[in-house]
Structure formats: structure tokens, C-alpha cells
Design a protein around this ligand. Structure first.
Ligand code: ZN
Length: 520
């Protein structure tokens, strides 16, 4: 159901290095010691060890830390701020579709999980169970929600009586727990944060439309706001959500050539409505089961941002979600230059703040400009603004963009038009991150009509990338691909040309192309 292949051991060895690096780094900051470029420990190169690089970025950019409970992470303020930014924007977009937020309990009676056969089969192995409370054994054990279909549908049965109660569209932002054996920060953790939408509709057509509407809401949000390029489509039967009739997915390709499922939207048919006896009187006064959907994205999206955009210098954050969009670094040598430079830098900060830019003036003492440049590059701040004595004299500032390092990414802007200039630059950087990630994904997406070549690609260096192939749709061919290459069907695109081809595996007639990749 959820490709759990590979990478765990490498991730664990990388974790120790990352923590050691992070500790050295923060003690330097706290002591305000001088440190220059040569002295600063570099992040492990992405191309050398992607898993170690990923863990180091998270530690050194102070996004998250490991918790004393295995498989759980602590979101540090810079990591949580990214989550808050994307949560607020997605919440706005979800509400625009007509769904409203509610909150359901963390604990669910264990018997609820058993009401839908596929659902229990899918989730029982990873459910945490509470057997004692208040010092006594509970009459019925409680599960800690792995997802909330069961308790929400139990409540829906009490709220839905007539067609006038429909559609009922509920969303909740919460934590869920899935007892994972192999965990990685943000990508797969035992407890994670997400939103889960649950809707009930009078007709099948309406529910199917809702599932596709949310797929498009997610696609637009992730591509526009997180600048993460996607392929979208429906899942194969083997990859479907337990209890769903159809699962739709947004999938991206990470910098190491492995796919990441970024969100799913499910058409549930009336499976849960039957299991939980949800019925309504339709306009003809007939009792009917509503048709339902559920859909969710999680803190896994933070992993998508890191792995799509990060480079060897560290994190790169799309301006839309960056806790800090711009940082001002004042530069001077002679003592008498300090005050005018700082005054100009403070004025620039106030101007940008007034224009709604999330900006910080880095006036920390005892740190060289070079150290500060590296520090903010590592933390992924999209735009750096340098102001020195000559800039003050000329009423200028130098703007450096995180998406293009070095001289090429630098430009001079007038301090008088700074707010407009920085706002336009942030838009441009946002677009540039998307374009860079999309080009990387295209370069690592290949069509195959020869199974041996496909297999060699998946077994080779570089994670394998995304394969775009004809597949006959049989479970046998899908299983063979998974067992021989560890690649799984990520998505079967909607709206295909309809041109027939030959299945990559068995050579029989195939009507559809599908994306296969090794996945997180
Ligand atoms: Zn086949």
C-alpha cells in the first residue's frame, strides 16, 4: 500500500553526522565567534549522499529535531513556520470549495476500525492501541487515529437524514499516528500533522467530481505555492487507499530520482456509508446511502520542499512559504561607516516590512558578512540584501537571489524603489524555483518500451527517475515490476490520448500509459 523500500540504513548513519554538525554549528552562533567561509563545515554534497544531505539540512537549518520517542520528530520554529504558511494558504483554498473545519477526537473505539473490511486490513498493522486509562484496563481498547474516516462517518450517520443535509463537507487539521518501522523526518514519521477532508454527497457523480476537484486544488496549491512540479492521476488498485473505490494522487520526483506522493484524494463510493449506516431520504422520499470522498496532505510536504529545491549550500525556500523572505546584511569596515550603513539598513527593513515582506536585519555583531551570507543561504532565505558604505552614498543596495548563486544572481537596486523591486524579485524567484524543479523532473522522466532497459535504469545509479510506460493494467505485470525493480505505479494520468500500445512487461495490448518509479 505505501512503498516503504530502501534508504533507511543510510538515513540512520547520516543522522548522527547531521546532529554532530548541528551542535558544532549552533555553539558557534551562540558564542558569536568569528567564523569565515573556509572555517564553516560544509553540508554533505547532495550528489554524494542524498540521505545524509537531507538530514543535515534539517538539522542545520533548525527545521526539526529528533524526539526521545522513536519515529517522532520535534518541529522547531523555522520548520513549523513553513508548515503554518502552507497550512494557512491551503486552509483558505479548501474553505473556498465549501468545506468547513471541525475537530474530532484523537481516540477512536477499536471496534470502529473493524466496520469496513479493507480499511481495517490496511490500517490494523500500524495502529497504536490504548488499553489502560486512569490506572484501569479499558472495557474497550481505544485506537489512536491513523485517519478519521471511522469516527467522522459515525458522526455523519447522526447528522445526515435528508438530501437537505447534503452535501456535507468537513475538513480537520490534526495529528495522526501510524506505527512505522522505518521513519525519516517529515517523509514518514510515527506521528504527523495533516488535514483530512471528508465529504458526503447525494449522488455518485457529485462525489466523483468532489474527489477530482480536490485533486486539482492540491495540484494548483503544490505547484503554485510550494513550486513543486507534479504528475497527477489515479492510483492502481494495489496502491489504492484501503476502502476507496478510486484514489487520485499528486506525485513529484525528488532530487535523488525517487518519487514522493504529495497528497491523495479518494472517491469512497458508499463503502463507508454502508459500514456506518449513513442514510438519507432523497427528493423522491427513498432511503439512499450517500457517496463519499476523503482527501489529505501532510507535513510530508515539508520533505517535498526540501528535496525538490535544496542544493549543496543548503535549504532553498520558495518565497511563498519562507518564514523569512529577505535578509539585510549591513557591511562596513571602518567604525565611522557603521552608523550610516546601519541607519540605511534599518530604513530598508522598515520599508520592506511596511510592504508586507517578511524581512530581518542581520545586525549580529562579531560575525563576518561572509559567515552571514553562508548562514542565510543554508537556511534557504530567497533574497539577501547587502548594504555597504558605497551603496549608502549611491542610495543603492545589492540584491542577491538564492536561486542563482554568485555574481550572476546579483543586481543593484535603488533604495528608493526597494519594496517594489524586492516584491518583483520574490515573484521571480518563486517562478524560477518551479522552473528549475520542473526541468529537473523532465530531465529525469523517460519513456520506455523495452523492459530490460527500464529495469537497468531502475537498478542503476541515481534512484531511477520517473518512467512513463504503457501498462496493460494487470496486477501480474505490476507485481513483477515491483518485485524486480522496487518501482511502483505512481499515477495513471487522466485524460490520456487513447492511442493503444504494448504493455512494457507482457507485450499485450495496453490502452493507458502510467508513471512508475521507486518511491519514498
Ligand atoms: Zn502487462
Amino acid at each position: 500500500m505505501k512503498g516503504k523500500a530502501g534508504g533507511a540504513r543510510r538515513a540512520r548513519s547520516g543522522r548522527a553526522d547531521a546532529l554532530a554538525g548541528g551542535a558544532v554549528y549552533s555553539s558557534r552562533l551562540e558564542n558569536h565567534r568569528m567564523a569565515d567561509k573556509q572555517d564553516e563545515k560544509k553540508v554533505t554534497a547532495r550528489s554524494v549522499d542524498f540521505a545524509a544531505w537531507y538530514n543535515e539540512i534539517i538539522a542545520r537549518a533548525e527545521l526539526a529535531d529528533h524526539s526521545p520517542v522513536r519515529g517522532c520528530i520535534v518541529f522547531r520554529p523555522d520548520g513549523f513556520a513553513i508548515w503554518e504558511a502552507l497550512r494557512d494558504e491551503l486552509d483558505r483554498r479548501i474553505k473556498k470549495t465549501g468545506a468547513r473545519n471541525a475537530y474530532f477526537p484523537l481516540f477512536i473505539p477499536q471496534s470502529f476500525l473493524h466496520k469496513e473490511a479493507q480499511h481495517v486490513e490496511g490500517f490494523a498493522p500500524e495502529v497504536a492501541v490504548v488499553t489502560h486509562g486512569g490506572g484501569k484496563e479499558l472495557e474497550e481498547p481505544l485506537i489512536v487515529r491513523p485517519t478519521s474516516e471511522t469516527i467522522i462517518n459515525y458522526m455523519f450517520a447522526q447528522w445526515i437524514h435528508s438530501h437537505r443535509d447534503l452535501p456535507l463537507m468537513i475538513n480537520q487539521w490534526c495529528n495522526v499516528v501510524r506505527w512505522e518501522m522505518r521513519t525519516r523526518p517529515f517523509l514518514r514519521t510515527t506521528e504527523f500533522l495533516w488535514q483530512e477532508g471528508h465529504t458526503a454527497h447525494a449522488t455518485k457523480a457529485e462525489a466523483e467530481r468532489e474527489a477530482l476537484t480536490m485533486l486539482e486544488v492540491y495540484r494548483a496549491f503544490v505547484e503554485d505555492y510550494l513550486a513543486v512540479p507534479l504528475v497527477t492521476g489515479r492510483k492502481s488498485a494495489a496502491e489504492r487507499f484501503p476502502g476507496a473505490e478510486e484514489t487520485y494522487s499528486i506525485e513529484s520526483l525528488m532530487g535523488d530520482g525517487r518519487a514522493l506522493q504529495c497528497g491523495t484524494s479518494h472517491y469512497l463510493g458508499d463503502n463507508f456509508a454502508r459500514a456506518f449506516e449513513i442514510r438519507f431520504l432523497d427528493t423522491q422520499n427513498q432511503l439512499q446511502h450517500p457517496h463519499q470522498t476523503s482527501w489529505g496532505v501532510s507535513t510530508r510536504l515539508l520533505g517535498a520542499i526540501i528535496m525538490s529545491h535544496g542544493d549543496d549550500q543548503g535549504l532553498r525556500l520558495p518565497p511563498a512559504v519562507a518564514p523569512l523572505q529577505a535578509v539585510i546584511v549591513p557591511i562596513w569596515r571602518k567604525a565611522e561607516e557603521g552608523e550610516p550603513v546601519l541607519a540605511a539598513a534599518r530604513a530598508a527593513r522598515d520599508t520592506l516590512e511596511g510592504a508586507g515582506v517578511r524581512v530581518r536585519l542581520d545586525d549580529r555583531e562579531g560575525l563576518t558578512p561572509g559567515f552571514k551570507f553562508n548562514d542565510w543561504e543554508m537556511r534557504g532565505v530567497p533574497v539577501r540584501i547587502e548594504i555597504g558604505p558605497r551603496d549608502v552614498a549611491a542610495r543603492n543596495a545589492v540584491l542577491a537571489r538564492r536561486d542563482r548563486l554568485g555574481r550572476e544572481g546579483k543586481a543593484t537596486a535603488s533604495l528608493d524603489g526597494l519594496a517594489a523591486h524586492v516584491s518583483a524579485l520574490l515573484d521571480d524567484v518563486q517562478q524560477s524555483f518551479y522552473t528549475q524543479a520542473r526541468d529537473a523532473m523532465r530531465a529525469n522522466t523517460r519513456q520506455f518500451d523495452d523492459y530490460a532497459k527500464f529495469r537497468a535504469q531502475m537498478e542503476g545509479e541515481g534512484g531511477g527517475g520517473m518512467a512513463d510506460v504503457y501498462w496493460c493494467g494487470s496486477a501480474a505485470c505490476e507485481t513483477r515490476i515491483r518485485e524486480e525493480t522496487r518501482a511502483t505505479c505512481r499515477a495513471i494520468p487522466l485524460g490520456q490520448s487513447g492511442a493503444a500500445g504494448r504493455c512494457l512487461v507482457c507485450g499485450e495490448a495496453a490502452q493507458e500509459r502510467a508513471f512508475f518509479a521507486k518511491a519514498y
